[in-house]
Design a protein around this ligand. Structure first.
Ligand SMILES: Nc1nc2c(ncn2[C@@H]2O[C@H](COP(=O)(O)OP(=O)(O)OP(=O)(O)O)[C@@H](O)[C@H]2O)c(=O)[nH]1
Ligand SMILES: [Mg+2]
Length: 326
């Protein structure tokens, strides 16, 4: 199949053609130079058309199996029932691809995936910091350009993942399940510093009582930890579709309370710029073999206990500044 031009793709995306959007996301995920060139043209074109900046962006994170996909399925349906459109990017570390098409059932969003007003896309994690793939910011921009009212990014909560998603979205929703000492672990991992909502899922059956207890514990811990900035803690059952409206209403309330959304968006984009720039500059720098060799030599000296991190940094920078000896 011939590759459409950037203009054709942009027109398709902005005209609501989901296949054009899916193709464009495949393009931004590709590392082929020809694809990169086309995706840059496409993103520039969409930006020039002024297509960004209107969607509500939500990050949904939490340990494997807490019910993120099940929640997004019912939450997404509740948005659709209220006349909104929803795009979901599900960052799946193990997502399977077969001949360019992705196994849709991997996302476990059976109802949402069948909706005309929804776009569900599993994306492989790119191994970049935080499990958020490097291409995810571009994929979010594409969904926004396609006019979706809400863009949801699902990431598996492993280590730094949540931090990776922070600057990409307006609100981070952390899903937890009651019991199992999860409460303290989450605090240790620093997740709670960046979340906007904690949703205690699986508040049904035998777990209902434990969920209410966990809600109390989280609320108390977060109050100590974050003071007036503490996130709201809610209980819900994604499986039994209970508590979902309350989550939606809370998010809507928070969004409405953010008086200056333009300023907030600018702050988020600035923070995202810095975090993306850091990765991009490092990639660019170490793409040069002689520089990555110097880095590796320094890393070995650090590992051998010969160099502190501070001196190592200064040495590498001064070597970069030194006139070439070649
Ligand atoms: N009892 C109960 N089970 C639930 C609830 N929500 C999800 N589950 C179950 O938990 C399991 C995992 O659900 P998923 O939605 O796939 O969880 P996930 O967090 O997306 O999992 P990963 O994407 O693999 O990290 C499934 O068997 C769901 O049916 C709930 O509210 N109550
Ligand atoms: Mg999932």
């Amino acid at each position: 199949m011939a590759q459409p031009s950037a203009e054709e793709l942009a027109a398709g995306i902005q005209g609501g053609d989901r296949r054009a959007l899916a193709r464009a996301i495949t393009l931004v995920e590709s590392s082929l130079p020809s694809d990169r060139q086309l995706s840059e043209q496409l993103l520039a074109k969409l930006e020039a058309n002024g297509s960004g900046g209107k969607a509500l962006r939500l990050g949904v994170t939490g340990a494997p199996g807490v019910g993120k996909s099940t929640f997004i399925d019912v939450f997404g349906m509740s948005l659709i029932d209220r006349g909104q459109t929803v795009a979901v990017l599900s960052i799946d570390p193990s997502s399977l691809r077969t001949g360019g098409s992705i196994l849709g059932d991997k996302t476990r969003m059976p109802r949402l995936a069948n909706q005309d007003r929804a776009f569900v896309r599993p994306s492989p994690a790119g191994g970049a910091s935080g499990g958020v793939a490097r291409s995810t910011p571009d994929a979010v921009s594409l969904c926004e350009a396609a006019g979706y009212d809400v863009v949801i990014v699902e990431t598996v909560g492993v280590g730094q993942t949540e931090v990776g998603v922070r600057h990409l979205v307006d609100f981070v929703l952390l899903l937890v399940i009651p019991g199992a000492g999860d409460e303290l672990q989450a605090i240790k991992r620093g997740i709670l510093e960046i979340v906007d909502f904690v949703l205690v899922n699986k508040a049904d059956g035998d777990l209902a009582e434990l969920a209410a207890k966990a809600q109390g514990e989280y609320t108390a811990a977060l109050g100590l930890f974050r003071g007036h900035d503490a996130p709201e803690v809610l209980t819900m059952s994604a499986l039994e579709r209970r508590g979902i409206d309350a989550v939606r209403e809370s998010i809507e309330r928070r969004r409405a309370a953010l008086a200056d959304s333009v300023k907030l968006r600018a702050a988020r984009e600035t923070a995202l710029f810095w975090s993306l720039l850091e990765t991009a500059v490092l990639d660019w720098l170490f793409a040069k073999p002689e520089i990555s060799k110097q880095r590796d030599a320094i890393l070995r000296r650090i590992a051998a206990g010969e160099l502190s991190a501070q001196r190592a940094t200064r040495i590498l920078i001064s070597e970069l500044n030194a006139p070439s000896r070649r």
